[in-house]
Design a protein around this ligand. Structure first.
Ligand code: GDP
Length: 464
C-alpha cells in the first residue's frame, strides 16, 4: 500500500514539476552578467534570504532551497557563475567579466505550493528555471530578414552622417576604389569587412552609439572569423541597380550578396528559431545612465536601438516572427539597471524615463498577449545612500569606493523623468562614476536593489 502511495506521489510530483525559460538580454554593458550572477546568488540563498522582501514565495517562507543542476541544452555554453562570484568575493572585489555569447544555466527550486490545487496534491513542488543570456545586439538584426542586400545597403548609406561618417572614414575610403563587378576577391572582401567591423566597434566604443548592424559583427560568438561575418553594405558605388542586378555570378557583388543572404538565413533566423522561440519570460536590461552621461547623440541612438530591439516582441497575428515560429513569451520586464549610481530619490525618475523610452514603440505596435512592466534596479549594489552638507543645506548623496580604491561621497545629479530636451543637455550636471562592488562575506547574499521585485514579476506566479 505504502509503495502504491509512494508511486502515486512520485507520479504526481513529476507531472507537477514546472519549467520556465527566462531570457536575459540587453545591449553590451547593460548589466546582464551582473544581473544573472546576482539572481542566481539570491536564489541559492532563497531558503533564508533576508534581502528578498518583495519576492512573495521567499517572504512567505515557502521556498525550501535552490541548487544548480545540469542545463537542458547541452550544446550551449554554460553561464560561468563561479567565476563571477569569485571576482565579486575577491579582495578587493571586482565586477565579473561580461559574457559575449549566448550562455545558459539551470536552477532547481524546491518550494511549498500555496493553499490550492497544487497544495492538495503535494506538499512540495519543483520549478526548473533555465536562465539564458544573449546579447541584445543580436535582436538588432531582425529587420534584415525583410530586406534585400540592396535595401540594406541603402539603409546603411542613409545613416552614415555626423559621428558615424567620421568613424567610417577608413572603410569608406576603401569602398571608393572597390569594384563590385570585378571578379570576386575573397581576400579583399575579408580586409574590407574587417574595416567595416572596426567602424561598428568604433561606433560603440568611441561614439557611445548602440545601434549597430549586423549585430553579430560586434559580438560574433562562435562565428568569429567565419566568412559569413565578412561582408559589408555597398555604399556610393558607381553602378546603377540594374547593372548590379546583372552582375556576373563570380563577381564581388555576388559574393557580398550571397554572404548577406546566408547571414540572414542561417545566423539571424537560426537565433530566432533555436533560442528566441523557446523563451517563456524575458527581461530586457537597459543602462539609461550611460547615454545620459554621454550626451544627446548617444541618448537618441540608444532610443533607436531600444525601439528596434522591441520589434522582436511584436508578434502580431501575421508578423514575420509568427511565420518563423510560434512565440510563447507572455511577460517582459524592462529594467533600468545600475540604480545605485543615483540617489534613491531619483529612482522613480529612472523608471519613468525608461517608460517614456519604450512607451511610444509599445503603444504603436501590436504586442498581443504580452504583459509588460518597467522597474529600476541595481543587480549588485555598489553604493550606499548618505547625506552631504552643501553650503548649509543637507542633500542626499552616494557613498562608495571608486574602482581605483578611492572612497567617494558624491551627488551624481538629477535624472530627468521625461525624455530630455535641449535645456537638459545645455545645463546637464549629470555625472556618474564607476564604483567597485562592496565587500561581502561568503555566506551573505549579494546586496542589490529590487532584484526581488523583478523576480516577483517574472517568477512569482510560477511558484504559487
Ligand atoms: P553585460 O555586458 O550586459 O554583461 O554587462 P555587465 O554585467 O558586465 O556590466 C557592465 C558593467 O556595468 C560592470 O562591469 C559594472 O561596472 C557595471 N554594473 C553592472 N551592474 C551594476 C550594478 O548593479 N551596479 C553598479 N554600480 N554597476 C553595475
Amino acid at each position: 500500500m505504502n509503495s502504491v502511495k509512494r508511486q502515486v506521489n512520485k507520479w504526481v510530483s513529476r507531472s507537477l514539476d514546472r519549467h520556465v525559460r527566462l531570457a536575459v538580454t540587453g545591449l553590451s554593458r547593460a548589466g546582464k552578467t551582473a544581473f544573472i550572477t546576482s539572481l542566481i546568488n539570491q536564489l541559492l540563498h532563497s531558503a533564508t534570504n533576508p534581502r528578498m522582501p518583495l519576492f512573495a514565495p521567499v517572504r512567505e517562507g515557502r521556498v525550501l532551497g535552490a541548487r544548480r543542476v545540469q542545463q537542458s541544452q547541452l550544446h550551449i555554453p554554460a553561464f560561468d557563475y563561479d567565476l563571477g562570484i569569485q571576482s565579486l568575493r575577491a579582495h578587493p572585489p571586482t565586477w565579473p567579466s561580461p559574457t559575449r555569447d549566448v550562455s545558459e544555466i539551470r536552477l532547481e527550486i524546491r518550494y511549498r505550493p500555496e493553499k490550492g490545487a497544487m497544495k492538495l496534491l503535494q506538499d512540495t513542488a519543483t520549478l526548473y528555471l533555465d536562465i539564458v543570456d544573449y546579447p541584445g545586439e543580436w535582436l538588432l538584426d531582425l529587420p534584415l530578414l525583410s530586406m534585400s542586400f540592396d535595401e540594406w545597403s541603402r539603409k546603411q548609406s542613409g545613416i552614415l552622417t555626423g559621428k558615424r561618417k567620421e568613424l567610417a572614414e577608413d572603410w569608406l575610403e576603401a569602398v571608393d576604389s572597390f569594384d563590385p563587378l570585378a571578379d570576386a576577391d575573397e581576400k579583399l572582401i575579408g580586409e574590407m569587412a574587417a574595416k567595416f567591423t572596426a567602424y561598428l566597434h568604433a561606433c560603440k566604443e568611441e561614439g557611445g552609439l548602440h545601434w549597430v548592424q549586423p549585430g553579430r559583427f560586434v559580438l560574433p560568438g562562435e562565428y568569429a572569423g567565419a566568412p559569413v561575418l565578412q561582408f559589408f553594405p555597398l555604399i556610393g558605388n558607381k553602378y546603377g541597380e540594374s547593372q548590379l542586378a546583372n552582375a556576373p555570378k563570380g563577381s564581388n557583388y555576388a559574393m557580398l550578396k550571397q554572404r548577406y543572404d546566408y547571414y540572414c538565413q542561417h545566423i539571424v533566423k537560426g537565433f530566432y528559431q533555436e533560442h528566441f522561440s523557446k523563451v517563456d519570460r524575458q527581461i530586457v536590461l537597459v543602462d539609461t545612465l550611460q547615454p545620459l552621461n554621454a550626451g544627446p547623440a548617444s541618448f537618441n541612438d540608444m532610443r533607436m536601438a531600444l525601439e528596434q530591439l522591441m520589434q522582436s516582441f511584436r508578434y502580431g497575428k501575421s508578423g514575420l516572427l509568427r511565420r518563423l515560429f510560434a512565440p510563447r513569451i507572455d511577460k517582459i520586464l524592462f529594467a533600468a539597471t545600475k540604480a545605485d549610481h543615483v540617489t534613491p530619490d531619483q529612482h522613480p525618475n529612472l523608471v519613468s524615463l525608461l517608460q517614456q523610452l519604450i512607451h511610444e514603440a509599445w503603444q504603436t505596435a501590436a504586442f498581443e498577449g504580452i504583459d509588460m512592466e518597467c522597474v529600476s534596479l541595481a543587480s549588485i549594489q555598489a553604493t550606499e545612500p548618505g547625506m552631504v552638507n552643501h553650503q548649509g543645506e543637507t542633500m542626499s548623496a552616494l557613498r562608495g569606493t571608486l574602482e581605483n580604491g578611492e572612497p567617494m561621497l558624491m551627488y551624481p545629479g538629477d535624472v530627468p523623468s521625461r525624455l530630455p530636451g535641449e535645456s537638459f543637455w545645455q545645463d546637464n550636471q549629470f555625472e556618474f562614476r564607476q564604483f567597485r562592488p562592496m565587500q561581502t562575506d561568503v555566506d551573505e547574499p549579494l546586496p542589490h536593489i529590487r532584484v526581488d521585485k523583478a523576480l516577483q514579476y517574472l517568477l512569482g506566479d510560477k511558484l504559487r
